[in-house]
Design a protein around this ligand. Structure first.
Ligand code: SAJ
Length: 402
């Protein structure tokens, strides 16, 4: 401990690990951030960042300069270990715990009596208990002498720093002492309420939060396809339905992207296939919506070609996985563009949030509107709302609305 504050090792310096490490360091705790990538480690040790997130660069620069945050490729001895590494799924939708296991294995030699190990990575139910077993297999003398808990993050990309500090958190230990120890730790940097539970409930809590949002978006996406067939404006319909005091339909779009909502429900579905029919359907509907969008664009392009005797230029407006960010991970808009690129169509790709060397092959949105025959709105970026055109428009994200 330094200044009566615990020393911290954060394993994984990605979208969650780096902001969390920087926030903790900003509260005066000594943090070592560990990442397998030397490039990431070098970037951070220069006080710079490798991801785009508002306010993160200033904070990292500050805590690195003060010597509170240091990055390294290997862990060291500490009071608290936090694990924020990715948990992707394998081809059969089974969760891939490779990175969590390797993070746990890397800290085992450094664990001392009284250490606290917290997993934040999205994990299938029972993971924290399994990881405890792995630790005890190698260090049986630690039985009953270290603490372990699961505490999922729930921050929204684009607003991570604020939400890390202000969101409530569910904290579930492998026993009551572990839960209390983890709660005391999070009090150093979280202003939101800290809710005590057990590890399995905390694990499931993270999964159902994202599965619930996936289900709500699937409802909106299904509705958009029904309305298209019925000749009803889905945006007007949703606005009207949401005037009901207990109805809150979300917005349809090109599909569901990002690293969480399109992934986490599978962790429930793969483990409880008999029981999770609605969650599976929601995943399938949201994936199908992207294919439906592709078919709509292809049909419109064909109709244009028949009418005008030449192939259209199609402007694909937006590539990110959601509005006003530059993150392309699992983006349905990217799937649309990559599929259309194989179709012998002339495409203009527009993404106003990608700049400075990341904009190769992209067209400015004003130029695209002038050059294209068909404008396809895939992501509702703020820049698009002001554009005026009399060209053919396919709007999959509610830019036009009437
Ligand atoms: N989307 C729609 N319609 C909507 C809302 C979203 O189509 O009405 C789409 C977005 O365009 C995007 C996808 O859903 O493609 C996901 O976007 P999002 O903003 O709903 O969520 P993420 O993936 O950025 O972050 C989610 C959040 N979870 C919930 O809101 C339950 C966040 O709090 C989690 O921390 C994060 O997943 C995560 O890391 O798990």
């Amino acid at each position: 401990m330094t200044n009566n504050k615990p020393t911290v090792v954060m394993i994984g310096l990605g979208y969650i690990g780096l902001p969390t490490a920087a926030l903790i360091a900003g509260k005066g705790l000594q943090v070592i951030g560990v990442d397998v990538s030397k490039e990431v480690v070098n970037t951070i040790n220069k006080g710079e960042i490798h991801i785009v997130e508002p306010d993160l660069d200033g904070l990292v620069h500050h805590v690195v300069k003060k010597g509170r945050l240091k990055a390294a490729t290997k862990p060291v001895e500490a009071d608290v270990y936090l694990i924020a590494v990715p948990t992707p799924f394998k081809e059969n939708y089974q969760p891939d715990l490779r990175y969590v296991k390797s993070a746990i294995t890397s800290i085992i030699p450094f664990l001392k009596t009284g250490a606290l190990v917290i997993i934040e990575s999205t994990s299938p139910v029972g993971t924290t208990e399994k990881m405890q077993e792995i630790i005890l297999q190698q260090r049986p003398e630690l039985k009953g002498k270290f603490f372990m808990a699961y505490c999922p993050e729930r921050v929204l990309p684009g607003n991570i720093i604020y939400e890390l500090e202000h969101n409530d958190r569910a904290i579930g230990g492998i026993n009551e002492q572990s839960t209390q120890k983890a709660i005391s730790f999070y009090k150093h940097f979280v202003k939101g309420e800290l809710h005590a539970t057990n590890a399995r409930t905390a694990e499931m809590c993270k999964l159902v939060e994202n599965a619930s949002r996936d289900g709500q978006i699937a409802f909106a996406n299904e509705l958009s396809m029904i309305c298209d067939k019925a000749g009803i404006n889905v945006w007007e319909l949703i606005t009207l339905a949401n005037k009901h005091p207990r109805v809150n339909i979300l917005q349809p779009g090109t599909g569901v992207g990002g690293h969480c909502i399109a992934v986490d429900p599978w962790f429930i579905v793969s483990e409880f296939p008999e029981e999770s029919k609605l969650m599976r359907s929601a995943r399938e509907i949201n994936n199908y919506k992207t294919q439906w969008v592709i078919e709509k664009i292809k049909n419109k392009a064909l109709a244009f070609e028949i009418e005008n005797k030449h192939k259209p230029i199609v402007a694909c407006m937006g590539l990110a996985f959601k509005p006003n960010i530059d993150d392309l991970r699992e983006s349905p808009a990217v799937t649309v563009v990559e599929t259309l690129e194989k179709e012998d169509l002339e495409l203009l790709k527009v993404e106003p949030n990608l700049q400075n060397g990341r904009a190769e092959g992209l067209t400015d949105f004003n130029d695209a509107i002038k050059k294209a025959d068909i404008i396809v709105y895939l992501v509702a970026h703020k820049e698009f709302y002001l554009l005026k055109t009399d060209k053919v428009i396919l709007d999959f994200c509610g830019i036009i609305k009437s």
